[in-house]
Design a protein around this ligand. Sequence first.
Ligand SMILES: [Zn+2]
Length: 189
Amino acid sequence: MRHLFLLTSLTAAFVWAGCNSSTTAPAPAASGSSPATNATNPAVAAATTTNASQPAWNMKDKVIKTDAEWQAALTAEQFRVLRKHGTERAFTGALWENHEVGTYLCAGCGLPIFGSDTKFESGTGWPSFFQPLQQGNVGLREDNTFFSRRIEVHCARCEGHLGHVFEDGPKPTGLRYCLNSAALKFEKK
Ligand SMILES: [Zn+2]
């Protein structure tokens, strides 16, 4: 039940963020306060409706590739984790022990998804974070494989599998985003 509640509440938050961005064009506040001619110029409309609560990418820019294209673009381990929902063995990834200051990007499409300021020592052997950079940059869905009910975390732009989120993280969120190093690229600040 707790997991289901988490999924429902987090999904609601994500959908809300997604709705905000996908409805920028017909948003009543934006169109009402701007001249009607602005609506014909997507760049102007986007610039005037940008705010911090929106994802750092445009929903129209979803990254969609075939398995063959992903295989050509990724290493075998990245492909296994990102595209086939694989999990790397604990304490074997490149980033679980990374303490550098910087940004963690999706290894599939390069979208910035987590920051070093929300990374913490979970003791699990996987890179762990208590909060994404922006809610709209990661998606959640229920994962019932391996005889357990977990919440899967994926990149919202390319749908690449990143890991899972659990409710035993530190404050302020109480969440633990348990990710695979292979699904991430680290960009030092
Ligand atoms: Zn991605």
